[in-house]
Write a protein that binds this ligand. Sequence first.
Ligand SMILES: *Cc1c(COP(=O)(O)O)cnc(C)c1O
Length: 394
Amino acid sequence: MTVAFLDHLRSTLSQIEAAGLYKREREISGPQGGRIAVGDRTLINLCANNYLGLADHPEIIAAAETALHQYGFGMASVRFICGTQDLHRELERAVAAYLGKDDAILFAACFDANGGLFETLLGPEDSIISDALNHASIIDGVRLSKAKRYRYATSDMDELETQLKQADADGARFKLIVTDGVFSMDGYVAKLPEIRALADRYGAIIAVDDCHATGHLGPQGRGSGALTGAEPDIITGTFGKTLGGAMGGFITGPQPVIDLLRQRARPYLFSNALAPAVTAGSLKAIEIAKAADDRRDLLMRHTRRFRDGLSKAGFELLPGETPIIPVMLGEATRAQDLAKALDRRCVYVAGFFFPVVPQGKARIRTQMSAALDDTDIDFAIGAFEDAGRELGII
Ligand SMILES: *Cc1c(COP(=O)(O)O)cnc(C)c1O
């Protein structure tokens, strides 16, 4: 490697640092939970995707441990060579049954699920119409396909209709609309009933990435489709958030969709099978999530309590009902300063700024969890008030 190349990288890193965009990772020394150990301190955690608090659930740990002994540590194979255990098919059937679809297919991550979906199903004769705020993995997955691409401003149904008409005018064979079920940076739920109506009128397919909904939103936690009463045709999701929080992704939908993905999706064909412990733990997580109305109720109670508290204190929040509560701060440095001030008060949050959100829209995205209790919520509101005053934000 040349000195010039390394100097070039160092200069890029300095620019990131100077712009206040450098991300530093803090090391947690115990399990993920409502309270976490960081060094010798215990912090209240408001930034995990651990919505139902299942990441350290004893029954999930026990299921994973049993599988570890019964099925071994790893598969050392892709699925189609010798990487499929009965556990993998059991998890696929459980996902499909939970979300009301024919079948499902597992991936190493939802990032990979989205990476394999579009290229496999659509060709250059087809079109993909994508919400402008979709997750990075959808954007990358769409880029990998040869279909024509159309974009609509987030949740703008007039523009979606315009793009559907444009795709027809351009001679599209098949049209697929793709959206996040819940937009992770804003916490907004996609307008699925309106999208369904437009899809039906123009003969389009709907794919929804429900990573921030599966397990905790809607009846039995069946996600944004169940919440809004408008079912998507294809759902992609993760085991890395509500459903135990380990790792792994899936696609669920009609049988021919899943069958073709198993033949052609490159992140499936050329990547290792899910580890047995993760597979068994995720299976247990679905079983627990399905019946966890108590945890879902608690999560929604915390959401209302925290929103009310921060609003009354004078913080600017994005409106909404999901457990994602973004506190809007403008410049990246403001978000970082508030995150540091909260850290000193034992509240763990993450500032989000460009390129994760647009320039000038930096925020602290707080997320509620059923692993928190009322005392934690009130403590966190107090810390926000105190830190917000210190920094002149409120
Ligand atoms: C988290 C997330 C992903 C990535 O999921 P992984 O399983 O962690 O790769 C994809 N899409 C959305 C909308 C997400 O929020």
